[in-house]
Design a protein around this ligand. Structure first.
Ligand code: NAD
Length: 780
């Protein structure tokens, strides 16, 4: 078992240094962030300015504002001795070999014998950075290549040198996965490691299609974007975001660093890129790159004239229909397409796949590392070898040969030995000389896909939800509705599953799923339709039923744990608030957003918010409680969503004892463990809330005044104010002349009474229709 790092230092407070420091602080470490001393005045001026700038980044780099206080700023002159106190030092200074080498030598004289030191270089040889250091230092040194932005991009490449102690590598792999929530890939000490080597190659293929093959920027982005399971930014929009100058620098360095790469010529800088950079066309940061936005219209660069033009109609043929197919079918159909689209896709794909295969074992030992690097660092849905399998191992191989592409002997041998894919049964991979071997899989994650592949694990299901057996007496209720919304079927299913929980010998229930987002909230399409057809009785019944189910969840005789991640909005948030125990991925964005669609929370969200305020202020007087209530009111009235699970605790959406995981993939495993733990302790459901403090009319007047001020300040429409007034009424306990203690049912009834009439309001119906159409709130 390894010891977790508790203190760290990051050297260099640039783009990466500040963000890496922030992420280590997110993981609970105390972090020293040092930079060059300022030439004049306060020596900390540089580091302070960088840090201030980083605090304004969006999306935020810290989980909460308070976490930023775990970072201690300093400079290389005055505070270098602080490095003697830390467990881990990460160097993230300017990309210059001599600067990094000198820093390492200085560092060696200061750090403890057990301190681990790493570099975040993206292109320099790792071993060269410490060539002047002692063997003992080199044993504790390796590359830790974070991707920008480090909080949000999952990939962490670890690059050991020949001298790195294997235990050091293992400790960092363990810490990276468990404590930093990263997907760790071990790379070789070769130019640009794995992700950027393959990723740059893919960009070069796009550039070549533009400069040499007559395809337009839009066509290439279409064929390298979401259509083929890659991010929307595709090739040219990605280049604009990265910066054309940075791209040029990367390509030039890579070209110089890979004299033996048989495909080196593809990395030769296209003259047009050089020209763009010299004329200050640098991408997003200079306002124009391959694309330019002008008067709301997106223009792209014409290769011949270098002028910006509106997108021409694409000549890619009938590929629109393909976009509806599931990914693998879509890729196969595109690969077989004989038109202009298929021709380019096939050529780029064959080129990329053969290049990736030729890089084994040069840049990584196994295809798995390359596939993971591209999925975790570049957002590709399939890595090169997964794509190869999807298109058909033999088909691709035959096409490569027909196209006269060099096929690596590794693949030839595989073929000769009868292999027909790189992967077999999900978790086995082909290893030369050994055939298929099991892949190393985390033992602290539950693989739902594998679980669902065996029908005996499905204990119950309807068309939009299922009950799965997680083993050891723990069951999982999984939503399968579109966007994991709380559709009628999901709610009905919950009722049936709660019956089963009470009658069957289960130990407890987890509510969760393996999607990117826990739940998008109520199914607005269903509710909107019922409201438009005037079916208000049915909606009233539904609300009563949903409130009752959430109360059953809260007071179930066996433990129920919500396992959440990504977005949990509206009704999804109310469901989480009802669960007595929660396991949350640190990246959880939760909120009561009902006002955005012209409603107020109607399934216990308001009641539980008021109850939490009441609990947290139990020893305070009514006037002292008022500010807490105001803050909760503002959160719901402005439909605020947390930017992390920690912030959700501060906002009152998640209980203080929520188990928050840096590695969100562990949430089902942790939730199951939580159920077993609660069961073993002898589970006691929470007591009914019979004495919730509500503040009555005087407090309502204050909240209504806040709504008035929002409106007057131009932050809210008249209808927003109306909704906020309804919210204020329920939050303060209705028509009470003075503060009082009320039962939770009292507040639930108020919620229902004020929720339903809103549905018949035209402005609410407009908001719902707009949300369904555009996925964005309407502030009418
Ligand atoms: P940056 O230019 O934003 O920051 C560089 C830092 O180095 C600054 O704080 C600067 O004050 C400091 N510095 C400059 N000269 C120095 C010197 N002589 N001695 C000590 N410190 C000096 O750069 P960045 O983008 O944060 O990159 C830092 C490292 O991370 C580089 O090695 C880079 O290759 C690598 N990297 C960058 C990215 C990225 O997307 N920016 C991604 C992965 C890795």
């Amino acid at each position: 078992m390894f010891k977790p790092f508790r203190t760290a230092a990051v050297l260099g407070a640039g783009v990466m240094g500040t963000q890496i420091a922030a992420h280590l602080a997110n993981a609970g470490l105390t972090v020293h962030l040092l930079d060059l001393p300022a030439q004049a005045g306060d020596k900390n001026a540089l580091v302070e300015a960088s840090f201030k700038k980083a605090l304004k980044l969006s999306p935020p780099i810290f989980f909460t504002a308070k976490v930023a206080h775990r970072v201690i700023l300093g400079n290389f002159d005055d505070h270098f001795d602080r490095l003697a106190t830390v467990d881990w030092v990460i160097e993230a200074v300017v990309e210059k070999l001599d600067v990094k080498q000198q820093l390492m030598e200085r560092l060696e004289a200061v750090v403890r014998e057990d301190t681990i030191v790493s570099t975040n270089t993206s292109g320099l040889p790792i071993h060269a950075i410490v060539q002047g250091c002692s063997e003992s230092f080199r044993q504790r040194f390796l590359g830790t290549h974070f991707f920008n932005p480090p909080r949000y991009l999952r990939l962490l490449e670890l690059i050991p040198t020949a001298d790195t102690d294997p235990q050091v590598l293992e400790r960092l792999r363990w810490f990276g996965q468990l404590h930093l929530g990263k997907g760790v890939v071990v790379a070789k000490d070769t130019p640009n490691f794995i992700g950027n080597r393959i990723g740059t190659y893919a960009i070069m293929l796009g550039l070549k299609a533009w400069t040499e093959m007559g395809y337009t920027i839009e066509e290439i982005d279409t064929l390298t974007g979401t259509l083929v399971g890659r991010p929307k930014s595709a090739t040219f929009r990605t280049a604009d975001l990265v910066g054309l100058d940075t791209l040029l620098y990367v390509i030039k360095n890579l070209y110089l660093a890979i004299p033996h790469d048989e495909s080196r010529e593809l990395f030769r800088v296209p003259p047009v890129l050089e020209k763009l950079v010299t004329t200050g066309t640098l991408g997003a940061k200079s306002g124009q790159g391959f694309y330019k936005k002008q008067s709301g219209e997106l223009l792209s660069l014409n290769l011949e004239t270098l002028a910006y033009e509106p997108a021409k109609p694409m000549a890619l043929g009938a590929i629109e229909a393909l976009s509806k197919l599931p990914l693998k079918e879509r890729l196969c159909a595109l690969y077989q397409d004989t038109g202009r689209a298929g021709t380019l896709f096939r050529q780029m794909t064959l080129d990329l796949l053969s290049y990736s295969a030729r890089r084994l074992p040069e840049i990584a030992d196994s295809p798995v590392e390359i596939d993971r690097a591209m999925r975790w660092g570049f957002g590709w849905e399939l890595g090169p070898f997964e794509l190869w399998d999807a298109l058909g191992f033999e088909t691709v191989l035959a096409d490569m040969k027909a196209a006269d592409m060099s096929v690596p002997s590794r693949v030839e041998t595989m073929h000769h030995n009868g292999a027909t894919s790189f992967y077999w049964h999900e978790h086995h991979v082909y290893e030369p000389g050994q055939h298929y071997v099991p892949m190393e899989m985390p033992t602290d994650e539950i693989d739902l896909l594998a679980l669902k592949a065996n029908p005996t694990h499905t204990l119950w299901q309807n068309s939009e939800a299922a009950l799965l057996d997680l083993g050891d007496g723990v069951v999982l209720y999984e939503f399968r509705s579109k966007g994991n919304t709380l559709s009628l079927k999901v709610v009905e299913g919950l009722a049936e599953v709660l019956d089963l929980l009470e009658t069957q010998p289960f130990k407890g229930l987890v509510i969760g799923n393996d999607s990117a987002h826990f739940s998008g909230g109520a199914n607005l399409a269903e509710i909107g339709m019922m409201a438009q057809s005037g079916n208000f009785d049915a909606i009233a019944d539904l609300i009563v039923q949903f409130q009752a189910i959430l109360q059953r969840i809260r007071y179930a005789p066996k433990p129920i744990v919500a396992a959440i991640q990504g977005r949990a909005l509206g009704g999804g948030c109310e469901l989480v608030m009802a669960c007595p125990h929660v396991v949350a991925a640190a990246e959880t964005y939760i909120g009561l957003v009902e006002l955005g669609v012209g409603l107020i929370p109607g399934a216990g969200g308001i009641m539980r918010t008021v109850a939490r305020v009441s609990e947290r202020t139990a020893s305070l007087s009514a006037s002292q409680i008022q500010p807490f209530l105001q803050s909760a009111f503002e959160t719901i009235a402005t439909a605020k969503v947390s930017s992390s699970a920690y912030e959700a605790q501060e906002m009152g959406y998640l209980p203080c004892d929520t188990r928050i995981l840096m590695n969100g993939n562990r949430r089902l495993f942790a939730a199951k463990a939580e159920v077993l733990h609660l069961d073993r302790l002898g589970y006691t459901p929470p007591p009914e809330q019979t004495a919730i403090m509500v503040l009555g009319r005087p407090a309502r007047a204050v909240l209504e005044h806040m709504a008035y001020v929002f409106e007057q300040g131009g932050f809210a429409s008249a209808y927003d104010r109306h909704l906020a007034t309804e919210l204020a009424y329920v939050m303060t306990g209705g028509d009470l002349t003075a503060p009082a203690l009320v039962h939770e049912d009292y507040l639930l009834q108020l919620e229902r009474e004020h929720f339903l009439p809103l549905l018949s309001q035209p402005k609410t119906q407009e908001r719902i229709a707009h949300m369904l159409k555009t996925k964005k709130p309407l502030r009418n």
